[in-house]
Design a protein around this ligand. Structure first.
Ligand code: F6R
Length: 611
Protein backbone atom coordinates (compact mmCIF):
# COMPACT_ATOMS: atom_id res chain seq x y z
CA UNK A 1 0.00 0.00 0.00
CA UNK A 2 3.02 2.25 0.26
CA UNK A 3 5.03 3.38 -2.74
CA UNK A 4 8.71 2.54 -3.02
CA UNK A 5 11.46 3.52 -5.44
CA UNK A 6 15.23 3.18 -5.58
CA UNK A 7 17.85 4.57 -7.97
CA UNK A 8 21.50 3.78 -8.53
CA UNK A 9 23.49 5.46 -11.30
CA UNK A 10 25.46 8.59 -12.05
CA UNK A 11 22.69 11.22 -12.08
CA UNK A 12 21.36 13.04 -9.01
CA UNK A 13 19.03 10.57 -7.31
CA UNK A 14 16.65 12.94 -5.50
CA UNK A 15 14.80 14.38 -8.54
CA UNK A 16 14.39 10.85 -9.93
CA UNK A 17 13.07 9.55 -6.62
CA UNK A 18 10.65 12.45 -6.22
CA UNK A 19 9.45 12.05 -9.84
CA UNK A 20 8.80 8.36 -9.17
CA UNK A 21 7.09 9.03 -5.84
CA UNK A 22 4.82 11.55 -7.52
CA UNK A 23 3.57 8.71 -9.76
CA UNK A 24 3.24 6.40 -6.75
CA UNK A 25 1.60 8.89 -4.43
CA UNK A 26 -1.81 7.31 -5.02
CA UNK A 27 -0.57 4.17 -3.25
CA UNK A 28 -0.03 5.85 0.09
CA UNK A 29 0.15 9.39 1.17
CA UNK A 30 0.38 10.14 4.84
CA UNK A 31 4.13 10.73 4.76
CA UNK A 32 7.13 10.52 2.47
CA UNK A 33 10.90 10.43 2.58
CA UNK A 34 14.20 9.75 0.83
CA UNK A 35 17.63 8.52 1.84
CA UNK A 36 20.44 9.47 -0.51
CA UNK A 37 24.14 8.60 -0.65
CA UNK A 38 26.93 10.38 -2.45
CA UNK A 39 29.55 7.70 -3.16
CA UNK A 40 31.36 9.82 -5.77
CA UNK A 41 33.42 11.71 -3.17
CA UNK A 42 34.72 8.79 -1.07
CA UNK A 43 33.03 7.28 2.02
CA UNK A 44 29.57 8.71 2.46
CA UNK A 45 26.85 8.82 5.05
CA UNK A 46 23.37 8.74 3.64
CA UNK A 47 21.16 11.71 4.32
CA UNK A 48 17.59 10.91 5.30
CA UNK A 49 14.97 13.58 4.68
CA UNK A 50 11.40 12.59 5.55
CA UNK A 51 8.23 14.07 6.96
CA UNK A 52 4.58 13.58 7.61
CA UNK A 53 2.18 14.90 4.97
CA UNK A 54 1.94 14.85 1.23
CA UNK A 55 4.86 14.68 -1.11
CA UNK A 56 4.86 18.45 -1.53
CA UNK A 57 5.79 18.73 2.18
CA UNK A 58 8.84 16.55 1.51
CA UNK A 59 9.76 18.63 -1.53
CA UNK A 60 9.61 21.80 0.60
CA UNK A 61 11.81 20.14 3.20
CA UNK A 62 14.31 19.07 0.54
CA UNK A 63 14.74 22.66 -0.60
CA UNK A 64 15.87 23.48 2.97
CA UNK A 65 17.80 20.23 3.49
CA UNK A 66 19.06 19.03 0.10
CA UNK A 67 20.03 15.37 -0.25
CA UNK A 68 22.74 15.22 -2.93
CA UNK A 69 24.04 11.91 -4.27
CA UNK A 70 23.66 9.35 -7.01
CA UNK A 71 22.23 6.43 -5.01
CA UNK A 72 18.98 6.62 -3.11
CA UNK A 73 15.68 5.21 -2.00
CA UNK A 74 12.31 6.93 -1.60
CA UNK A 75 8.95 6.10 -0.06
CA UNK A 76 5.38 7.30 0.28
CA UNK A 77 3.62 5.83 3.30
CA UNK A 78 0.08 4.77 4.22
CA UNK A 79 0.34 4.02 7.91
CA UNK A 80 -0.19 0.47 9.14
CA UNK A 81 2.02 0.19 12.23
CA UNK A 82 2.59 3.46 14.00
CA UNK A 83 0.62 6.63 13.37
CA UNK A 84 1.59 8.97 10.55
CA UNK A 85 4.46 11.09 11.95
CA UNK A 86 7.94 12.29 10.98
CA UNK A 87 9.56 9.54 13.08
CA UNK A 88 7.44 6.79 11.59
CA UNK A 89 8.06 7.94 8.01
CA UNK A 90 10.38 5.87 5.87
CA UNK A 91 13.27 5.51 5.16
CA UNK A 92 14.34 4.21 8.57
CA UNK A 93 18.00 4.38 9.39
CA UNK A 94 19.84 2.14 11.83
CA UNK A 95 23.64 2.51 11.82
CA UNK A 96 24.70 2.44 8.18
CA UNK A 97 21.44 0.83 7.03
CA UNK A 98 18.61 2.75 5.34
CA UNK A 99 15.42 0.88 4.57
CA UNK A 100 12.01 1.34 2.95
CA UNK A 101 9.20 -1.17 3.18
CA UNK A 102 5.75 -1.87 1.78
CA UNK A 103 3.62 -4.37 3.73
CA UNK A 104 3.54 -5.76 7.24
CA UNK A 105 5.97 -7.81 9.33
CA UNK A 106 3.57 -10.11 11.18
CA UNK A 107 6.01 -11.22 13.91
CA UNK A 108 7.21 -7.68 14.63
CA UNK A 109 6.20 -7.70 18.30
CA UNK A 110 8.24 -10.80 19.13
CA UNK A 111 11.21 -9.49 17.12
CA UNK A 112 11.02 -6.06 18.76
CA UNK A 113 11.07 -7.64 22.22
CA UNK A 114 14.01 -9.86 21.28
CA UNK A 115 15.99 -6.97 19.77
CA UNK A 116 15.20 -4.67 22.70
CA UNK A 117 16.43 -7.34 25.13
CA UNK A 118 19.66 -7.46 23.12
CA UNK A 119 20.10 -3.69 23.51
CA UNK A 120 18.54 -2.29 20.31
CA UNK A 121 17.18 1.24 20.59
CA UNK A 122 14.15 2.10 18.46
CA UNK A 123 13.35 5.52 17.11
CA UNK A 124 9.93 4.70 15.62
CA UNK A 125 6.82 2.64 16.32
CA UNK A 126 7.04 0.86 12.98
CA UNK A 127 7.48 -2.80 12.17
CA UNK A 128 9.84 -1.71 9.39
CA UNK A 129 12.60 -0.42 11.66
CA UNK A 130 12.96 -3.93 13.05
CA UNK A 131 14.22 -5.14 9.72
CA UNK A 132 16.89 -2.43 9.64
CA UNK A 133 18.10 -3.64 13.07
CA UNK A 134 18.18 -7.23 11.83
CA UNK A 135 20.29 -6.27 8.82
CA UNK A 136 22.67 -4.18 10.92
CA UNK A 137 23.10 -7.06 13.38
CA UNK A 138 23.66 -9.54 10.55
CA UNK A 139 26.52 -7.34 9.29
CA UNK A 140 27.99 -6.99 12.77
CA UNK A 141 27.59 -10.76 13.15
CA UNK A 142 29.84 -11.40 10.14
CA UNK A 143 27.68 -11.30 7.01
CA UNK A 144 30.22 -10.57 4.26
CA UNK A 145 28.03 -8.16 2.31
CA UNK A 146 24.67 -6.39 2.28
CA UNK A 147 23.00 -9.08 0.16
CA UNK A 148 23.94 -11.80 2.65
CA UNK A 149 22.87 -9.64 5.59
CA UNK A 150 19.47 -9.03 4.01
CA UNK A 151 19.13 -12.74 3.20
CA UNK A 152 19.86 -13.72 6.80
CA UNK A 153 17.39 -11.14 8.07
CA UNK A 154 14.66 -12.35 5.73
CA UNK A 155 14.83 -15.72 7.43
CA UNK A 156 13.65 -14.04 10.65
CA UNK A 157 10.56 -12.19 9.37
CA UNK A 158 7.07 -13.39 8.49
CA UNK A 159 4.51 -11.35 6.61
CA UNK A 160 3.97 -9.49 3.38
CA UNK A 161 6.70 -7.17 2.25
CA UNK A 162 8.76 -5.52 -0.37
CA UNK A 163 11.96 -4.07 1.13
CA UNK A 164 14.68 -1.97 -0.42
CA UNK A 165 17.85 -1.70 1.65
CA UNK A 166 20.89 0.53 1.24
CA UNK A 167 24.11 0.66 3.28
CA UNK A 168 26.61 3.50 3.82
CA UNK A 169 29.35 0.83 3.89
CA UNK A 170 28.43 -0.63 0.49
CA UNK A 171 27.27 2.43 -1.42
CA UNK A 172 27.31 0.78 -4.84
CA UNK A 173 24.47 -1.64 -4.04
CA UNK A 174 20.73 -1.65 -3.43
CA UNK A 175 19.19 -4.89 -2.17
CA UNK A 176 15.45 -5.56 -2.51
CA UNK A 177 13.24 -8.48 -1.55
CA UNK A 178 9.66 -9.44 -2.23
CA UNK A 179 6.97 -11.48 -0.55
CA UNK A 180 3.32 -10.68 -1.38
CA UNK A 181 4.02 -7.03 -2.22
CA UNK A 182 4.83 -5.84 -5.74
CA UNK A 183 8.42 -5.21 -6.83
CA UNK A 184 9.84 -4.38 -10.22
CA UNK A 185 13.36 -3.54 -11.41
CA UNK A 186 13.91 -1.02 -14.20
CA UNK A 187 16.95 -1.38 -16.43
CA UNK A 188 18.82 1.67 -17.71
CA UNK A 189 22.19 2.34 -19.29
CA UNK A 190 24.74 2.46 -16.47
CA UNK A 191 21.85 3.04 -14.05
CA UNK A 192 19.05 0.92 -12.61
CA UNK A 193 15.84 1.36 -10.66
CA UNK A 194 13.67 -0.55 -8.18
CA UNK A 195 10.02 0.29 -7.61
CA UNK A 196 6.74 -1.03 -6.33
CA UNK A 197 5.00 -0.15 -9.60
CA UNK A 198 6.17 0.32 -13.17
CA UNK A 199 4.41 3.69 -13.41
CA UNK A 200 7.07 5.07 -11.04
CA UNK A 201 9.88 4.41 -13.50
CA UNK A 202 8.13 4.59 -16.88
CA UNK A 203 9.46 8.06 -17.60
CA UNK A 204 13.01 6.72 -17.08
CA UNK A 205 12.90 3.27 -18.67
CA UNK A 206 10.51 0.81 -20.27
CA UNK A 207 12.74 -2.25 -19.82
CA UNK A 208 11.73 -4.04 -16.64
CA UNK A 209 12.17 -7.26 -14.68
CA UNK A 210 9.21 -8.33 -12.54
CA UNK A 211 10.40 -9.84 -9.27
CA UNK A 212 8.57 -12.99 -8.14
CA UNK A 213 7.41 -14.11 -4.72
CA UNK A 214 10.27 -15.17 -2.49
CA UNK A 215 12.93 -13.50 -4.61
CA UNK A 216 15.53 -10.92 -3.76
CA UNK A 217 17.54 -8.77 -6.07
CA UNK A 218 20.92 -7.07 -5.82
CA UNK A 219 21.07 -3.97 -7.99
CA UNK A 220 24.26 -2.11 -8.91
CA UNK A 221 24.96 0.48 -11.60
CA UNK A 222 26.30 -2.27 -13.81
CA UNK A 223 23.66 -4.94 -13.40
CA UNK A 224 21.06 -6.91 -11.53
CA UNK A 225 21.27 -10.30 -9.81
CA UNK A 226 18.08 -12.13 -8.86
CA UNK A 227 18.13 -15.02 -6.40
CA UNK A 228 15.67 -16.76 -4.12
CA UNK A 229 15.90 -16.28 -0.35
CA UNK A 230 18.31 -19.25 -0.21
CA UNK A 231 20.69 -17.66 -2.70
CA UNK A 232 19.92 -19.80 -5.76
CA UNK A 233 20.34 -17.80 -8.94
CA UNK A 234 17.19 -16.98 -10.97
CA UNK A 235 17.28 -15.62 -14.51
CA UNK A 236 14.65 -14.10 -16.80
CA UNK A 237 14.31 -11.91 -19.83
CA UNK A 238 13.32 -8.25 -19.33
CA UNK A 239 9.87 -7.15 -20.53
CA UNK A 240 9.23 -3.97 -22.46
CA UNK A 241 6.27 -1.95 -21.15
CA UNK A 242 4.13 -0.25 -23.77
CA UNK A 243 2.00 1.99 -21.50
CA UNK A 244 2.66 5.63 -22.27
CA UNK A 245 3.64 7.83 -19.35
CA UNK A 246 1.10 10.48 -20.41
CA UNK A 247 -1.67 7.90 -20.01
CA UNK A 248 -1.11 8.25 -16.31
CA UNK A 249 -1.34 12.00 -16.21
CA UNK A 250 -4.44 14.14 -15.68
CA UNK A 251 -4.79 15.20 -19.30
CA UNK A 252 -6.46 18.52 -18.63
CA UNK A 253 -9.20 17.28 -16.27
CA UNK A 254 -9.61 18.72 -12.80
CA UNK A 255 -9.10 15.33 -11.18
CA UNK A 256 -7.77 11.94 -12.21
CA UNK A 257 -11.17 10.49 -11.35
CA UNK A 258 -12.95 12.75 -13.86
CA UNK A 259 -10.36 11.94 -16.50
CA UNK A 260 -10.81 8.25 -15.79
CA UNK A 261 -14.62 8.53 -16.00
CA UNK A 262 -14.17 10.05 -19.45
CA UNK A 263 -11.63 7.41 -20.45
CA UNK A 264 -14.12 4.59 -19.96
CA UNK A 265 -15.33 4.27 -23.56
CA UNK A 266 -11.70 3.88 -24.64
CA UNK A 267 -10.84 1.54 -21.79
CA UNK A 268 -13.80 -0.69 -22.68
CA UNK A 269 -12.85 -0.63 -26.37
CA UNK A 270 -9.27 -1.60 -25.42
CA UNK A 271 -10.55 -4.45 -23.28
CA UNK A 272 -12.60 -5.76 -26.20
CA UNK A 273 -9.74 -5.55 -28.73
CA UNK A 274 -8.78 -9.00 -29.97
CA UNK A 275 -11.36 -10.70 -27.77
CA UNK A 276 -14.35 -10.88 -30.12
CA UNK A 277 -14.63 -13.57 -32.77
CA UNK A 278 -17.37 -12.08 -34.94
CA UNK A 279 -17.07 -14.85 -37.51
CA UNK A 280 -17.99 -17.59 -35.04
CA UNK A 281 -20.13 -15.50 -32.64
CA UNK A 282 -17.72 -16.32 -29.88
CA UNK A 283 -15.03 -14.73 -27.75
CA UNK A 284 -11.28 -15.27 -27.66
CA UNK A 285 -10.40 -15.61 -24.00
CA UNK A 286 -6.66 -15.00 -24.34
CA UNK A 287 -5.86 -18.64 -25.06
CA UNK A 288 -7.30 -19.80 -21.73
CA UNK A 289 -8.66 -23.29 -22.18
CA UNK A 290 -11.04 -24.41 -19.44
CA UNK A 291 -12.89 -27.70 -19.49
CA UNK A 292 -16.21 -25.88 -19.13
CA UNK A 293 -18.45 -28.94 -19.07
CA UNK A 294 -16.60 -30.17 -15.97
CA UNK A 295 -17.10 -26.91 -14.02
CA UNK A 296 -19.76 -27.64 -11.40
CA UNK A 297 -19.74 -24.23 -9.77
CA UNK A 298 -18.02 -20.88 -10.09
CA UNK A 299 -17.07 -18.96 -6.96
CA UNK A 300 -16.07 -15.32 -7.26
CA UNK A 301 -13.84 -13.90 -4.54
CA UNK A 302 -13.12 -10.20 -4.38
CA UNK A 303 -13.28 -7.06 -2.24
CA UNK A 304 -15.02 -3.69 -2.55
CA UNK A 305 -15.75 -2.54 -6.06
CA UNK A 306 -14.39 -5.79 -7.51
CA UNK A 307 -16.93 -7.62 -5.33
CA UNK A 308 -19.70 -5.59 -6.94
CA UNK A 309 -18.31 -6.44 -10.40
CA UNK A 310 -18.36 -10.10 -9.36
CA UNK A 311 -22.04 -9.82 -8.37
CA UNK A 312 -22.79 -8.53 -11.85
CA UNK A 313 -20.67 -11.43 -13.16
CA UNK A 314 -22.93 -13.83 -11.28
CA UNK A 315 -25.96 -12.39 -13.04
CA UNK A 316 -24.26 -12.53 -16.47
CA UNK A 317 -22.98 -16.09 -16.11
CA UNK A 318 -26.21 -17.47 -14.71
CA UNK A 319 -28.12 -15.74 -17.49
CA UNK A 320 -25.83 -16.63 -20.43
CA UNK A 321 -24.08 -19.82 -19.33
CA UNK A 322 -26.47 -21.34 -16.75
CA UNK A 323 -23.60 -22.39 -14.46
CA UNK A 324 -24.26 -21.94 -10.72
CA UNK A 325 -22.31 -19.01 -9.31
CA UNK A 326 -21.52 -17.89 -5.78
CA UNK A 327 -19.92 -14.59 -4.88
CA UNK A 328 -17.92 -14.20 -1.70
CA UNK A 329 -16.00 -11.42 -0.01
CA UNK A 330 -12.38 -12.54 0.01
CA UNK A 331 -11.95 -11.49 3.65
CA UNK A 332 -14.85 -13.76 4.69
CA UNK A 333 -14.03 -16.66 2.39
CA UNK A 334 -10.49 -17.09 3.65
CA UNK A 335 -11.46 -17.57 7.28
CA UNK A 336 -14.64 -19.60 6.86
CA UNK A 337 -13.09 -22.98 6.08
CA UNK A 338 -15.06 -22.77 2.81
CA UNK A 339 -16.46 -25.85 1.12
CA UNK A 340 -14.56 -25.71 -2.15
CA UNK A 341 -12.54 -28.19 -4.18
CA UNK A 342 -11.93 -29.87 -7.53
CA UNK A 343 -14.85 -29.14 -9.85
CA UNK A 344 -15.04 -25.56 -8.60
CA UNK A 345 -13.59 -22.72 -10.61
CA UNK A 346 -12.61 -19.89 -8.29
CA UNK A 347 -12.43 -16.52 -10.01
CA UNK A 348 -10.41 -13.93 -8.12
CA UNK A 349 -11.26 -10.42 -9.26
CA UNK A 350 -8.92 -7.55 -8.42
CA UNK A 351 -8.10 -4.32 -10.19
CA UNK A 352 -4.73 -3.91 -8.54
CA UNK A 353 -3.93 -7.62 -8.47
CA UNK A 354 -2.32 -7.06 -5.08
CA UNK A 355 -5.19 -7.13 -2.56
CA UNK A 356 -3.98 -9.25 0.34
CA UNK A 357 -7.39 -10.63 1.37
CA UNK A 358 -7.98 -11.81 -2.19
CA UNK A 359 -4.51 -13.37 -2.37
CA UNK A 360 -5.05 -15.29 0.83
CA UNK A 361 -8.48 -16.46 -0.33
CA UNK A 362 -6.84 -17.79 -3.50
CA UNK A 363 -4.26 -19.68 -1.44
CA UNK A 364 -7.07 -21.25 0.62
CA UNK A 365 -8.99 -22.30 -2.52
CA UNK A 366 -5.80 -23.67 -4.10
CA UNK A 367 -5.00 -25.70 -1.00
CA UNK A 368 -8.43 -27.28 -1.34
CA UNK A 369 -7.89 -28.22 -4.98
CA UNK A 370 -9.93 -25.60 -6.86
CA UNK A 371 -8.79 -24.18 -10.16
CA UNK A 372 -8.12 -20.43 -10.08
CA UNK A 373 -8.75 -17.79 -12.71
CA UNK A 374 -7.67 -14.22 -11.99
CA UNK A 375 -9.18 -11.11 -13.54
CA UNK A 376 -6.79 -8.22 -13.01
CA UNK A 377 -5.94 -4.83 -14.47
CA UNK A 378 -2.25 -5.06 -13.62
CA UNK A 379 -0.02 -7.23 -15.71
CA UNK A 380 2.13 -9.63 -13.74
CA UNK A 381 0.66 -8.53 -10.40
CA UNK A 382 0.73 -11.02 -7.53
CA UNK A 383 -2.86 -12.26 -7.93
CA UNK A 384 -2.67 -13.21 -11.62
CA UNK A 385 0.70 -14.80 -10.91
CA UNK A 386 -0.78 -16.92 -8.13
CA UNK A 387 -3.65 -18.08 -10.34
CA UNK A 388 -3.70 -20.95 -12.86
CA UNK A 389 -5.06 -18.61 -15.53
CA UNK A 390 -5.12 -14.84 -15.82
CA UNK A 391 -7.35 -12.59 -17.86
CA UNK A 392 -6.43 -8.92 -17.99
CA UNK A 393 -8.65 -5.89 -18.30
CA UNK A 394 -7.03 -3.10 -20.26
CA UNK A 395 -8.12 -0.03 -18.35
CA UNK A 396 -4.55 1.30 -18.12
CA UNK A 397 -3.25 2.80 -14.89
CA UNK A 398 -6.00 4.14 -12.64
CA UNK A 399 -4.80 6.87 -10.33
CA UNK A 400 -8.03 8.07 -8.68
CA UNK A 401 -8.52 5.99 -5.56
CA UNK A 402 -12.24 5.52 -6.27
CA UNK A 403 -12.37 3.03 -9.08
CA UNK A 404 -14.26 3.83 -12.29
CA UNK A 405 -12.65 2.55 -15.48
CA UNK A 406 -11.16 -0.48 -13.77
CA UNK A 407 -14.72 -1.38 -12.67
CA UNK A 408 -16.40 -1.01 -16.07
CA UNK A 409 -13.63 -2.99 -17.75
CA UNK A 410 -14.12 -5.71 -15.14
CA UNK A 411 -17.79 -5.81 -16.17
CA UNK A 412 -16.71 -6.23 -19.79
CA UNK A 413 -14.38 -9.06 -18.75
CA UNK A 414 -17.34 -10.68 -16.98
CA UNK A 415 -19.47 -10.45 -20.13
CA UNK A 416 -16.70 -11.98 -22.25
CA UNK A 417 -16.25 -14.73 -19.69
CA UNK A 418 -20.00 -15.44 -19.59
CA UNK A 419 -20.14 -15.76 -23.39
CA UNK A 420 -17.04 -17.99 -23.36
CA UNK A 421 -18.65 -20.28 -20.77
CA UNK A 422 -22.05 -20.24 -22.42
CA UNK A 423 -20.71 -21.15 -25.85
CA UNK A 424 -18.46 -23.94 -24.58
CA UNK A 425 -20.96 -25.29 -22.04
CA UNK A 426 -23.75 -25.33 -24.62
CA UNK A 427 -26.23 -23.08 -22.77
CA UNK A 428 -25.79 -20.06 -25.04
CA UNK A 429 -27.18 -20.28 -28.54
CA UNK A 430 -25.17 -18.84 -31.36
CA UNK A 431 -27.97 -16.35 -32.09
CA UNK A 432 -28.08 -14.99 -28.55
CA UNK A 433 -24.26 -14.82 -28.47
CA UNK A 434 -24.37 -12.82 -31.69
CA UNK A 435 -26.85 -10.34 -30.17
CA UNK A 436 -24.81 -9.81 -27.02
CA UNK A 437 -21.55 -9.49 -28.97
CA UNK A 438 -23.17 -6.92 -31.27
CA UNK A 439 -24.17 -4.95 -28.17
CA UNK A 440 -20.64 -5.23 -26.76
CA UNK A 441 -19.30 -3.71 -29.98
CA UNK A 442 -21.74 -0.79 -29.57
CA UNK A 443 -20.86 -0.17 -25.92
CA UNK A 444 -18.03 2.39 -26.28
CA UNK A 445 -20.26 4.66 -28.40
CA UNK A 446 -23.19 4.30 -26.00
CA UNK A 447 -20.93 4.96 -23.02
CA UNK A 448 -19.71 8.14 -24.66
CA UNK A 449 -23.36 9.24 -24.98
CA UNK A 450 -23.83 8.80 -21.23
CA UNK A 451 -20.56 10.48 -20.27
CA UNK A 452 -21.65 13.47 -22.34
CA UNK A 453 -24.61 14.02 -19.98
CA UNK A 454 -22.08 15.35 -17.44
CA UNK A 455 -23.66 18.84 -17.50
CA UNK A 456 -27.08 17.52 -16.45
CA UNK A 457 -25.55 15.43 -13.69
CA UNK A 458 -23.49 18.35 -12.44
CA UNK A 459 -26.69 20.39 -11.95
CA UNK A 460 -28.35 17.45 -10.14
CA UNK A 461 -25.30 17.24 -7.89
CA UNK A 462 -25.64 20.92 -7.07
CA UNK A 463 -29.30 20.40 -6.17
CA UNK A 464 -28.86 17.30 -4.01
CA UNK A 465 -25.28 17.75 -2.84
CA UNK A 466 -26.25 19.20 0.54
CA UNK A 467 -28.21 16.06 1.54
CA UNK A 468 -27.04 14.16 4.62
CA UNK A 469 -27.62 10.76 3.09
CA UNK A 470 -28.56 8.95 -0.11
CA UNK A 471 -30.28 5.65 -0.85
CA UNK A 472 -29.57 3.65 -4.03
CA UNK A 473 -32.02 0.95 -5.16
CA UNK A 474 -31.82 -1.64 -7.93
CA UNK A 475 -33.03 -5.13 -8.83
CA UNK A 476 -31.29 -8.01 -10.60
CA UNK A 477 -28.01 -6.86 -12.17
CA UNK A 478 -28.85 -3.33 -11.01
CA UNK A 479 -28.62 -4.32 -7.35
CA UNK A 480 -24.78 -4.49 -7.39
CA UNK A 481 -24.84 -1.16 -9.26
CA UNK A 482 -26.90 0.32 -6.40
CA UNK A 483 -24.20 -0.96 -4.01
CA UNK A 484 -21.48 0.47 -6.20
CA UNK A 485 -23.25 3.85 -6.48
CA UNK A 486 -23.48 4.05 -2.69
CA UNK A 487 -19.84 3.01 -2.24
CA UNK A 488 -18.61 5.63 -4.73
CA UNK A 489 -20.57 8.41 -3.03
CA UNK A 490 -19.36 7.42 0.44
CA UNK A 491 -15.75 7.13 -0.65
CA UNK A 492 -15.30 10.53 -2.18
CA UNK A 493 -18.00 12.81 -0.73
CA UNK A 494 -18.10 11.31 2.81
CA UNK A 495 -21.90 11.40 2.63
CA UNK A 496 -23.53 8.34 4.13
CA UNK A 497 -25.15 6.24 1.43
CA UNK A 498 -26.76 2.82 1.32
CA UNK A 499 -27.30 0.51 -1.61
CA UNK A 500 -30.24 -1.88 -1.36
CA UNK A 501 -31.98 -4.49 -3.44
CA UNK A 502 -35.15 -2.56 -4.27
CA UNK A 503 -37.37 -5.39 -3.01
CA UNK A 504 -35.69 -5.23 0.39
CA UNK A 505 -36.59 -1.60 1.00
CA UNK A 506 -39.88 -2.43 2.68
CA UNK A 507 -38.02 -4.68 5.14
CA UNK A 508 -36.27 -1.80 6.88
CA UNK A 509 -34.70 1.11 5.01
CA UNK A 510 -38.13 2.49 4.13
CA UNK A 511 -38.06 3.98 7.63
CA UNK A 512 -35.33 6.38 6.46
CA UNK A 513 -37.41 7.98 3.77
CA UNK A 514 -38.61 11.55 4.16
CA UNK A 515 -38.53 14.71 2.05
CA UNK A 516 -34.80 15.16 2.75
CA UNK A 517 -33.61 11.81 1.39
CA UNK A 518 -32.60 11.59 -2.28
CA UNK A 519 -33.23 8.05 -3.56
CA UNK A 520 -31.52 6.96 -6.77
CA UNK A 521 -33.56 4.19 -8.38
CA UNK A 522 -32.13 2.13 -11.25
CA UNK A 523 -35.01 1.32 -13.59
CA UNK A 524 -33.72 0.39 -17.02
CA UNK A 525 -36.01 -1.41 -19.43
CA UNK A 526 -36.45 -5.13 -18.77
CA UNK A 527 -38.24 -7.76 -16.70
CA UNK A 528 -37.80 -5.87 -13.41
CA UNK A 529 -39.19 -2.60 -14.70
CA UNK A 530 -42.72 -2.80 -13.27
CA UNK A 531 -41.47 -4.01 -9.88
CA UNK A 532 -38.87 -1.25 -9.71
CA UNK A 533 -41.55 1.34 -10.54
CA UNK A 534 -43.60 0.06 -7.58
CA UNK A 535 -40.57 0.51 -5.30
CA UNK A 536 -40.09 3.98 -6.67
CA UNK A 537 -43.71 4.85 -5.88
CA UNK A 538 -43.21 3.59 -2.32
CA UNK A 539 -40.47 6.22 -1.99
CA UNK A 540 -42.59 8.97 -3.53
CA UNK A 541 -45.52 8.17 -1.22
CA UNK A 542 -43.24 9.06 1.69
CA UNK A 543 -42.05 12.32 0.11
CA UNK A 544 -38.61 10.92 -0.78
CA UNK A 545 -36.90 12.62 -3.73
CA UNK A 546 -36.51 10.18 -6.62
CA UNK A 547 -33.72 10.33 -9.19
CA UNK A 548 -34.46 7.61 -11.75
CA UNK A 549 -31.86 6.10 -14.08
CA UNK A 550 -33.89 4.75 -16.99
CA UNK A 551 -33.66 3.79 -20.65
CA UNK A 552 -33.84 6.33 -23.47
CA UNK A 553 -37.30 6.23 -25.03
CA UNK A 554 -39.03 5.50 -21.70
CA UNK A 555 -41.87 8.01 -21.86
CA UNK A 556 -43.50 6.86 -18.66
CA UNK A 557 -40.71 7.37 -16.17
CA UNK A 558 -41.00 11.18 -16.05
CA UNK A 559 -44.34 10.81 -14.28
CA UNK A 560 -42.79 8.73 -11.50
CA UNK A 561 -39.62 10.63 -10.63
CA UNK A 562 -38.38 14.07 -9.61
CA UNK A 563 -35.41 13.76 -11.95
CA UNK A 564 -34.58 11.34 -14.73
CA UNK A 565 -31.23 10.36 -16.23
CA UNK A 566 -31.55 8.43 -19.47
CA UNK A 567 -29.04 5.88 -20.80
CA UNK A 568 -29.14 4.06 -24.15
CA UNK A 569 -30.76 0.65 -24.44
CA UNK A 570 -28.61 -2.48 -24.56
CA UNK A 571 -28.74 -6.20 -23.71
CA UNK A 572 -29.97 -6.71 -20.15
CA UNK A 573 -26.66 -8.34 -19.13
CA UNK A 574 -24.75 -5.23 -20.27
CA UNK A 575 -27.04 -2.58 -18.79
CA UNK A 576 -24.91 -2.21 -15.61
CA UNK A 577 -22.01 -0.95 -17.76
CA UNK A 578 -24.17 2.01 -18.77
CA UNK A 579 -26.20 2.64 -15.61
CA UNK A 580 -23.13 2.85 -13.37
CA UNK A 581 -21.76 5.82 -15.35
CA UNK A 582 -24.28 8.44 -14.10
CA UNK A 583 -23.73 7.19 -10.54
CA UNK A 584 -19.96 7.66 -10.84
CA UNK A 585 -20.52 11.16 -12.20
CA UNK A 586 -23.10 12.03 -9.54
CA UNK A 587 -20.62 11.02 -6.83
CA UNK A 588 -17.85 12.96 -8.51
CA UNK A 589 -19.83 16.19 -8.85
CA UNK A 590 -21.31 15.96 -5.34
CA UNK A 591 -17.78 15.54 -3.96
CA UNK A 592 -16.49 18.36 -6.14
CA UNK A 593 -19.33 20.56 -4.90
CA UNK A 594 -18.32 19.70 -1.33
CA UNK A 595 -14.63 20.30 -2.11
CA UNK A 596 -13.27 17.00 -0.82
CA UNK A 597 -9.94 15.50 -1.89
CA UNK A 598 -11.46 13.42 -4.70
CA UNK A 599 -8.40 11.60 -5.99
CA UNK A 600 -7.05 10.80 -2.54
CA UNK A 601 -10.00 10.52 -0.18
CA UNK A 602 -9.22 10.40 3.51
CA UNK A 603 -8.30 7.02 5.05
CA UNK A 604 -8.29 5.21 1.68
CA UNK A 605 -5.51 3.76 -0.41
CA UNK A 606 -5.56 2.47 -3.95
CA UNK A 607 -4.16 -0.94 -3.29
CA UNK A 608 -4.94 -2.68 0.00
CA UNK A 609 -2.04 -5.00 0.75
CA UNK A 610 -2.89 -5.47 4.44
CA UNK A 611 -5.68 -7.44 6.14
C1 F6R B 1 -13.32 1.38 -4.46
C2 F6R B 1 -12.25 0.43 -4.73
C3 F6R B 1 -12.04 -0.65 -3.73
C4 F6R B 1 -11.31 -1.86 -4.34
C5 F6R B 1 -10.96 -2.88 -3.25
C6 F6R B 1 -10.32 -4.11 -3.85
O1 F6R B 1 -13.46 2.37 -5.42
O2 F6R B 1 -11.57 0.54 -5.71
O3 F6R B 1 -13.23 -1.03 -3.13
O4 F6R B 1 -12.12 -2.46 -5.30
O5 F6R B 1 -10.08 -2.31 -2.33
O6 F6R B 1 -9.23 -3.77 -4.62
P1 F6R B 1 -8.80 -4.60 -5.88
O7 F6R B 1 -9.92 -4.51 -6.86
O8 F6R B 1 -7.56 -3.94 -6.36
O9 F6R B 1 -8.57 -6.00 -5.40
Amino acid sequence: MCGIIGYIGSRQATPILIGGLRKLEYRGYDSAGVSVLDPTSGPSTSRVVRCRGKLSALEDKLTREPAPGTVGIGHTRWATHGRPSDENSHPHKVGPISIIHNGIIENHLALRAELAAAGAKFSSETDTEIFAHLVERALIGGAPDLTTAVRRSLARVRGSFAFVVMSDREPGTLVAAKNSSPLVVGLGDGENYVASDVTAILSETRKVLFIDEGEMVTVTRAGVTITDFEGNLHTREPKVITWSAVQAEKGGFKHYMLKEIHEQPRAVADTLVGRLDLEHDDVVFDGIELDVKKIKRIIFIACGTSYHASMVGEFMIESLARIPVEVDLASEFRYRDPIVGPGDLVVAVSQSGETLDTMEAIREAKRKGAQILAISNVLEASIPRLADHAFYTHAGPEIGVASTKAFTTQLVAMALFAIYLGRRGGALTRERAREVIAELVQLPVKMRDVVETAGQIQSLARRYGAANGFLFLGRGAQYPIALEGALKLKEISYIHAEGYAAGEMKHGPIALIDEHLPVVVLVPRGPYYEKAISNLEEVRARQGKVIAVATKGDNEIGGHADDVILVPDTAIELQPILTVLPLQMLSYYVADFKGTDIDQPRNLAKSVTVE
